[in-house]
Design a protein around this ligand. Sequence first.
Ligand code: NDP
Length: 257
Amino acid sequence: MADAASLNDGSLDGRVALVTGGSRGIGRALALALARHGADVAITYVSQAKGAEETAAGVRAAGRHCHVAACDVADGAAVVAMVQAVTEAIGPPDILVNNAGITRDTLLMRMKDEDWDTVVATDLRGAFVTTRACLRGMMKSRWGRIINIGSIVAAMGNPGQANYAAAKAGLGGFTRSIAREVGSRNITANLIAPGFIETDITADLPDDLVARVRAQIPLQRLGTPEDVAPLVVFLASESGRYITGQTINVDGGLLTT
Ligand code: NDP
């Protein structure tokens, strides 16, 4: 699969995409790739307004409209208002990428209720409320793409990440259920499970841990946000029309070792 940036084939012309958490990291790369393939893009953020504006500048440089919204995906009412605002600004989202996510890593013995609840509310319930808010428009137009960003940690497990792994595993059942529920309306739902990707989430990991992980990756490097983007573009395009309910790992082969 070619690099998303070089694949400016107009495959998403006329589409409206919503990427939650588009102010940095993977979400930014996804927003830019979707724009470069022809979609107008809305992005959300919670704290990094400057980062969100940088992403928006990139989307606009690709010649597409961009709507930026401050919106905590854990706040259901705010999500409903945000989707309404996106719809008024650039149209109802045809492509939804539930990317916003956080970690609150700590060993289970020390994990506070709040560490659990915040991660589940953001990484799992956030995808539920955002998808529900976008579904009406997709059902009406009888076309839609829901792409959830999970993690290989859901399948592997990881010490210190019981909250995160549980939330991401929940996204698997969520994705398969909605794939069955809305397939008859020509809406697909898939889960992308990245491995270790170089972003702020992985920036603070100790060097020795990163070295150990790298040694277990058949492709022998951590991934980049741009490694994830081509798959999102593919699933969002007409080419992805017969793929639904799937989990696809983008992990350099880590989970297969
Ligand atoms: P980053 O920490 O770099 O970016 C997270 C993004 O999510 C930011 O845009 C942030 O906004 C936004 N966000 C955080 N909390 C909320 C919230 N409550 N409501 C709305 N937006 C929010 O993370 P990554 O790019 O690394 O991760 C993106 C996704 O990919 C996550 O779901 C993550 O779990 C998943 N993933 C990442 C992996 C990795 O190795 N990096 C591996 C596997 C999965 P703001 O900038 O305003 O804070």
